[in-house]
Design a protein around this ligand. Structure first.
Ligand code: SF4
Length: 324
């Protein structure tokens, strides 16, 4: 095994390779070797610039909470994170100078967390400059641009407020943007997308919403373990009723029938669990309409939920084949 990987076990690393390997038509082993070669021949750690705009830093927390391999291994050993407001040790002019130098060199991976205000630049100023301007400048010489989380992808929660918040793709129009929605970002999606770029020099195949098909190609509803209850119209109405414990969460606002994401298969927190298995409906955070278009989140009284039920009644959401 390449010395580069000595502190990340091969087994731990393979889980990041799985989706990307399938897209490239390679076995996981072949992909793993390809990544090792790419990083060994790079001569230096691939540089990353991480900008934060209108965000809660939840995506940073998601990355920092990665257990397997731990975030420290990814950040300190495999990538050179040159600028990241939340985790970098430097500050002030020194930090801004590092950002400028890295931008001049070009070829870095640009990660943007948070949305960009379009109503007025003053809603988000970093280092005395409009965040919008910083994103545009950093995008110009980036090798790859990743919109990290729902806010950077499509505007997210801030888009429901007064700032005119938009995602990166609304202002950077001459380059492909890899959108990794979900709130927060899933670490596997992020690390896997970066590895794909490092291995191939390109962006993974994207769907019509700019999301990697390898992570957002299937409807969450089709992989949900409560699906048979949806098909049989057994909807949970009372969390305190043990009999309803595993029933479908549609009446508690679940938007799984309208959400493309691999949460039910990949799960979260190192594969431990995900929203629906915790008893909370899907909020549709992988879709461009999140948050405003998915609200109300915890009841089925909104237009979105009514539309789901209307499609079910019309036979447009047929029962899974195995149950038919
Ligand atoms: Fe699962 Fe939600 Fe679909 Fe019910 S509506 S089956 S809880 S994804």
């Amino acid at each position: 095994m390449n010395k580069l990987w000595s502190d990340i076990s091969r087994r731990d690393f393979m889980k990041y390779c799985a989706g990307a390997a399938a897209v490239l038509g390679l076995s996981e082993l072949e992909f793993f070797e390809k990544v090792s070669e790419a990083m060994a021949s790079a001569g230096s750690k691939p540089p990353v610039i991480w900008l934060e705009g209108q965000d809660c830093a939840g995506c940073t927390v998601s990355l920092a909470g990665a257990l397997n391999p731990p975030a420290a291994s990814i950040i300190l050993d495999k990538l050179s994170i040159r600028y990241h407001e939340t985790v970098m040790a430097s500050s002030g002019y020194l930090a801004e100078a590092t950002l400028e130098d890295t931008i001049k060199q070009g070829g870095y991976v640009l990660c943007v967390e948070g949305s960009i205000p379009m109503a007025d630049d003053r809603f988000c100023m970093i280092g005395g400059r409009p965040f919008r301007q910083t994103v545009l400048e950093a995008a110009e010489k980036a090798g790859a641009i990743i919109a990290v989380g729902a806010c950077a992808a499509y505007g997210g929660i801030p888009a429901a407020g007064p700032t005119g918040a938009v995602g990166v793709q609304k202002i950077v129009k001459d380059k492909p943007i890899i959108n990794l929605p979900t709130c927060p970002v899933h670490t596997d999606h992020l690390v896997g997308s970066i590895l794909y770029f490092l291995t191939t020099g390109g962006v993974p195949p994207l769907d019509d919403k700019g999301r990697p098909k390898m992570y957002f190609g299937e409807l969450l509803h089709d992989n949900c373990r409560r699906r048979s209850y949806f098909d049989n119209e057994m909807f949970l109405t009372d969390w305190n009723d043990p009999e309803q414990k595993n029933w479908c969460l549609y009446k508690k606002g679940c938007k799984g029938p309208d959400t493309y994401a691999d949460c039910a298969v990949r799960r979260w927190n190192d594969g431990q669990n995900f929203c629906i298995d915790c008893g909370a409906g899907c909020m549709g955070c992988a879709e461009p309409e999140f948050y405003g278009g998915m609200a109300p989140l915890y009841t089925a009284e909104g237009e979105r939920s009514r539309n789901i039920m209307a499609r079910k009644k019309a036979g447009l959401i047929p029962p899974l084949k195995s149950e038919a």
